[in-house]
Design a protein around this ligand. Structure first.
Ligand code: BQF
Length: 293
């Protein structure tokens, strides 16, 4: 039996329709247009695609977007000044600095400069801390997207054995924190595996829900997955071009073999990726709403 395909594209469509209505209502009732400011430093091709994707989605939903492209050799102080200007701008509800940043810029310093109540990526230490305590304003977009896929596909997380592969600050650690929460759509028993884990497969084979954010193409193979497990693949890797000249993508999971063993699996593309963008829109709407209250 082949696994059910969990389409992030389809779930994202439903959520975006909900958001679009909410945004229209904000405009009618409060004269408020949510605004997102995005900074891109340098010319990394993947980052350019991601930023274009985010700005395009803003346009579709009626969110005002401001895009600032800075050269790769921009001094750190210039980026900090830009953030400071956006921090004070009432039309900017959300601020996003596209990662990764060039070597000479201190990422931690930049994330710390963003006002926590405009931090729609959820990377500011205040928001990281709030998540860990269980009182978050903004959930980080990719981890929140993973949770929403599970929730909206009717997959029970309560008491489930969740194994996360990867311990990054952007995905691994926060997705573990989210599913660990004492809350609906969470309450899981969570294990985090990483590069120093002794017997990775011994852990992954116990997972009812396996979330893979290893950052390496196709590292999870069928022998590492329990029969009937739910597999969420966070990886995005470019592996050449399609016939039409588009980037060909694959995930961290060997989809073709794992889909024969899992009960449900997210594809790449069209899985977690579209949900990430949608959760960014959700956070931007939330940031705008926080201004009314
Ligand atoms: C899809 C990202 C690594 C490092 C920095 C849709 C995206 C990707 C794939 C996307 C990502 C990955 C983003 C698909 C944003 C996800 O259809 O499968 C959307 O735009 N992403 C990012 O902003 O920074 C990254 C991955």
């Amino acid at each position: 039996m082949s696994a059910k395909i969990l389409s992030g594209t389809e779930i994202a469509k439903v959520i975006r329709a909900e958001l679009k209505e909410e945004i229209a209502e904000l405009k009618e009732k409060h004269g408020l247009t949510p605004g997102l400011a995005v900074a891109l430093v340098g010319e990394d091709p993947a980052s350019q695609v991601y930023v274009r994707n985010k700005v395009k989605t803003c346009e579709k939903l009626g969110v005002k977007s401001i895009e600032e492209r800075l050269p790769a050799d921009t001094p750190e102080s210039d980026l900090l000044s830009l953030i400071d200007r956006w921090n004070k701008d009432d039309e900017v509800h959300g601020i996003l600095v596209q990662l990764p940043l060039p070597e000479h810029i201190d990422e931690e310093k930049v994330l710390l400069a963003i006002r926590p109540d405009k931090d729609v990526d959820g990377f500011h230490p205040t928001n990281v801390g709030r998540l860990l305590i269980g009182n978050p304003d903004f959930l980080p977009c990719t981890p929140h997207g993973c949770q929403q896929i599970l929730l909206r596909s009717g997959i029970e997380t309560e008491g489930a054995e969740v194994v996360v592969v990867g311990r990054s600050n952007i995905v691994g650690k926060p997705v573990a924190a989210i599913l660990l929460q004492k809350a609906k759509g969470a309450n899981a028993t969570v294990t985090i595996c990483h590069t120093r884990t002794k017997d990775m497969a011994a852990h992954t084979r116990k997972a009812d829900i396996l979330i893979v954010a290893a950052g390496k193409p196709k590292v999870i193979t069928a022998d590492m997955v329990k029969e009937g497990a739910v597999v969420i693949d966070v990886g995005v890797h470019r592996i050449g071009k399609t016939e039409s000249g588009k980037d060909k993508l694959c995930g961290d999971v060997d989809f073709d073999s794992v889909k024969e063993k899992a009960s449900a699996i997210t594809p790449v593309p069209g899985g977690v990726g579209p949900m990430t963008i949608t959760m960014l829109m959700m956070n931007t709407v939330r940031a705008a709403k926080m201004r009314i209250e």
